[in-house]
Write a new protein. Sequence first.
Length: 638
Amino acid sequence: MQHPHPHTPAPRPPLRPPTHRRRRRTAVLAAAVAVTGLVGAGLTTLTPGSAEAATARQVEKLDRGVVSVHTDSGNLVSWRWLGTDPGDVSFNVYRAGTKVNATPVTGSTNFFHAGAPAQADYTVRAVVGGVEQADSVHAVQLRTGYKDVPISPPAGGTTPDGVAYTYEANDASVGDLDGDGALEFVLKWYPTNAKDNSQSGYTGNTIVDAVELDGTRLWRVDLGRNIRSGAHYTQFQVYDYDGDGKAEVAMKTADGTKDGTGAVIGSSTADHRNSSGYVLSGPEFLTMFNGQTGKAMGTVDHVPARGTVSSWGDSYGNRVDRFLAGTAYLDGTRPSLVMARGYYTRTVIAAWDWRGGAFTRRWTFDTNSSTNSGKGYDGQGNHALSVADVDADGKDEIVYGAMTVDDNGSGLWTTRLGHGDAAHLGDLVPSRPGPEYFKVSEDTSKPGSWMADARTGQILWQTASGADNGRGVAADVYAGSAGAEAWSASDTTLRSATGASLGREPSSINFVTWWDGDPVRELLDGTRIDKYGTSGDTRLLTASGVHSNNGTKSTPSLSGDILGDWREEVVWPTTDNKALRIYSTPVETGTRITTLLHDTQYRTALAWQNTAYNQPPHPSFFIGDGMATAPRPTVYTP
């Protein structure tokens, strides 16, 4: 199964000793080795301990994120261990001002309060150097095992061809929009006549709301008639790009987009839709919206421009409007916005900085440019992207399907194995240095799935070709095998981190989540969570009164570590689309990990989760059976 594949450029020498996995920059600093990275056009050696290697990354200044999940036996109270907390911090838990733990909590960030009622009010106090600190925020109460966040569906309408439509809650993201330390939701509303790019027909407008946890709507943006609705058109990024402590929201816009204050971008009367419902003419913009007010703060021409429609792979408007988006720490310290177009033929990726109230384009990667043409970067894109520091230089790369773009906008590697629907990037093989990348392939002449070294693109193992392999997952779901397991739709077995057959595949090939008390990940599919077992899966949660999104993809609005300790919440819309229902684990754990919101690979993965075919987030270090002590991040808050 060992099959190195041609890639560009040639592999670099190993960056880290194989005796210990990459543990973000904290471990890189601790290791007495030189770190080699590409800077500009030449090679530079960075010595750990130098200013560049040790640079801290900007993250959100979060509150304690306390959550109380009620069960028949009492309440599980959990909270965030922040990246800015001391390593030896401990905690006391208070109910209505009375301490309920006998000794400070040190080995985890959760406490089960037996026999307590659902409405019990909790706060948490950190203990630093033996001194108890001030009270935290009050716990978010999940009194029935979940919490409903009220939302308001937009009014429906009728398209020019006489088709009536209503709205359903779709993908969501999170960010601290108002700087209070708590995360808000940014929710995309889909009309019921949303279309895949391959389908003709008019659609209703795409609507985007910002919503507080109590259901207060901060603003509503209507993207207008000239932004078509579907999985590939609107990828929205929620992140604090300028470091002012409040997240912004970035989206592609057009004539008639109405911001959160009611102001219109471009022409309010223009209608660029053709008789098939496609928008293949008219201006295209990129807009940065104020996260607190929804006001359009800056609008520039979208890069790349549409140009000649047929140059993207067809003439009717399918491949030209395949968009991806992400957020990456391209300078190693502060986040940049990444907007991309095309993946079946030509691909263009534009990196933007938002500083001082204005856009600045950092770089543009174009597979048609003289620098990249003919090198095998074209036609490699997936229906999603991944972001990580794959080469240990402290700066993020964009893993774009079967190829990777370096932090400086130059091509890093390509396997030339082409397009696919799903991919997973993370510390998947703990026994070897650096991150790994697992991907499935749509081309029946290519391997059905493959695992690669994420730094070089070297193929570590692969499965047989011959099928359009539409689903694939890599995560540690089975404690009986070291590292992450991988499985896919056209394969018939669960595979080990080294590609060996482990027997029965899990019952689903979709999302994964950390839900119960151990660090092994669980299966998330549709509106249920299951625990993998070699003879059959065990149901842990069946959510009621909710729906999954995106057709056969069956994804939640959002899944990730958004409240409480490092375990992940799952957010589904209710069946009537009147609320976002948040589920959080009721299971106690003895594992202590810094909030994953302060691991920037994981945090940026939450930001790009809504992009096209949603994929679950993975942190920069291994979480699973036999894991090493989780690293502390090197971060700062604005």
